[in-house]
Design a protein around this ligand. Structure first.
Ligand SMILES: Cc1cc2nc3c(=O)[nH]c(=O)nc-3n(C[C@H](O)[C@H](O)[C@H](O)COP(=O)(O)OP(=O)(O)OC[C@H]3O[C@@H](n4cnc5c(N)ncnc54)[C@H](O)[C@@H]3O)c2cc1C
Ligand code: FES
Ligand code: FES
Length: 480
């Protein structure tokens, strides 16, 4: 199959084919500046406020259409290839509002209206994906949308009532989507910059050898901000979102093998099903639009010291499969980071897969995220623990922390203070002292050094309290 240089997607029931696309033009710039379609708003240009939320529909497994809310302000336009873009202008049918819109009007869910199109699109995604959401599902679905004046009560009421409004005419989105599926690779060149979207790992590998300085783009929820906030020019982008091997999740006898380009939304259920104690951390990881675009591989490769997934994956002893040319190698996540934002990836190398071990014994696994807000906030501290008890004695204890050092890393002195000891308050008290040996955190706008350390000590105490007050086997562990 030959390469293609045009970007093809569906908008308002029509096929759009764009030539000479700027690789880092955002979907929001395309909508507002090129199409003068200004329903989607720009509040922050960094994925935080939700004013720019749109929905992307994709074909999965042949006929099924999957709907995902995303932040158009940080999504690069070429990544829409093969998908349908749905914006707030496309929901009403003639004079008939979509049920989401009718419910919002009826419940007075909008005052200044700036946030409203974004809320409508997050609610539309919920409407299409969950026919019977509970209050927590609604709160979660709206976690990426900020409203400064109406307040959330009427908006939540609208999200509850939208299901009892007359249903909209059904639309078969798969027909047009099927017309724009092909196996060709994208190769876009624009004013000396490139956007390359290979279809398999061999091609990705060859491209990285040809362009070792290229930026590997997955969901773009970190990289998007390099462009919108830091105004960086990215000369060559290699996009992983169409690479078959990077998009699969496989369950082996021993591991869950998660492709590096699998979105957090798709990857998380397979992990949380085996480790329910990680549910809250992943629920509080950013917001649905960020999790719909962002990937587990991107979180790990980006390697921020306040990244949320790594502490949990470290205590589980996750392995990374890296590839350069035809050669693959495995490295433990615990050995992957060298220093602040520096890791073991070589210039030609990319992350192929994250191998998460399945539970093999009665281990309690849990993660705590400590931040100023419950939803859509970056951690000041993120901790994770894996505990195996024999009677009242600790047979094995691992702990990893983010937000306390230049990289997320294991708390080795703390682990030594707990391993082989009785699992009780005296042991935890000694471990809290060891935590102060393990880490010398810094002060920044999220928390002072002292607060960080004391919060982490208290989170460890909380883990002891949680572990003795709950039925460990059924709540957190699927072992044996
Ligand atoms: C509003 C907002 C909220 C956020 N909240 C959180 C949060 O709560 N917790 C948290 O941890 N993070 C958060 N993030 C950060 C971000 O969403 C995550 O780090 C996400 O997992 C990044 O994944 P991505 O696919 O978008 O990565 P990208 O932006 O595409 O890439 C990130 C980095 O990884 C590299 N990379 C990606 N894939 C590969 C690969 N296969 N091989 C080699 N290198 C690769 C890229 O080159 C780049 O250096 C937030 C971001 C935003 C904008
Ligand atoms: S403009 Fe704020 S999330 Fe996009
Ligand atoms: S209605 Fe004004 S910000 Fe929500």
């Amino acid at each position: 199959m030959s390469d293609r240089s045009t970007v093809r997607f569906v908008l308002d029931g029509e096929l759009i084919e764009l030539r000479d696309v700027d690789p880092t033009r955002t979907v929001l710039q395309f909508l507002r500046e090129d199409l003068r379609r200004k329903g989607s708003k720009e509040g922050c240009a960094e994925g935080d406020c939700g004013a720019c939320t749109v929905v992307v529909a994709e074909l999965v497994g042949g006929d099924e259409v999957q709907f995902k809310a995303i932040n158009s302000c940080i999504q690069f336009l070429p990544t829409l290839d093969g998908k349908e873009l749905i914006t707030v202008e496309g929901l009403a049918s003639g004079d008939s509002l979509h049920p989401v819109q009718s419910a919002m009007v009826k419940n007075h869910g909008s005052q200044c209206g700036f946030c409203t199109p974004g809320f409508i699109m997050s609610m539309f995604a919920l409407y299409e994906t969950n026919p019977n959401p509970g209050r927590r599902d609604i709160d979660d679905a709206l976690a990426g949308n900020l409203c400064r004046c109406t307040g959330y009560r009427p908006i939540v009421a609208a999200a509850t009532e939208m299901y009892s409004m007359p249903a909209p005419a059904s639309i078969d989105r798969s027909v047009l989507l099927k017309q724009i599926q092909d196996k060709s690779s994208l190769r876009i060149a624009h004013e000396g910059r490139r956007f390359l979207a290979p279809r398999d790992a061999d091609e990705l590998s060859a491209l990285l050898q040809e362009f070792p300085d290229a930026t590997v783009l997955a969901g773009g929820t970190d990289i998007g901000l390099w462009v919108t906030k830091q105004h960086r020019e990215l000369e060559t982008i290699i996009y992983t979102g169409r690479v078959a091997e990077l998009l699969s999740i496989a369950l082996t006898d021993t591991h869950i093998d998660i492709g590096a380009a699998v979105s957090l939304t798709d990857a998380v259920p397979s992990i949380v099903q085996l480790y329910p104690g990680l549910d809250e951390m992943f629920r509080r990881f950013a917001s649905p639009p960020i999790r719909n675009a962002g990937t587990l591989g991107g979180n790990i490769a980006n390697g921020s010291p306040i990244g949320d997934s790594m502490a949990a994956l470290m205590v589980l002893d996750a392995q990374l499969v890296l590839r350069c040319g035809d050669a693959e190698r495995e490295i433990s996540l615990g050995e992957f980071y060298h220093d602040y934002m520096a890791n073991d990836l070589q210039p030609c190398e990319f992350l192929l897969q994250v191998k998460v071990p399945k539970p093999s014994d009665i281990a309690v696994v849990r993660s705590h995220k400590w931040s100023k807000r419950f939803d859509q906030d970056i951690s000041a501290v993120c901790t994770a623990y894996r505990l195996v008890l024999e009677g009242d004695t600790v047979a094995s204890f691992r702990m990893a922390c983010g937000g306390l050092a230049a990289t997320v890393r294991r708390a080795t002195n703390t682990e030594a203070a707990i391993n082989g000891k009785p699992w009780n308050e005296a042991t935890i008290q000694a471990a809290c002292e060891a935590l102060a040996v393990d880490f010398a955190p810094i002060t920044d706008m999220r928390a002072s050094a002292d607060m960080r350390l004391r919060a982490t000590q208290n989170l460890l105490r909380r883990f002891l309290a949680e572990s003795v007050s709950e039925n460990l086997e059924t709540v957190y562990s699927y072992g044996r």
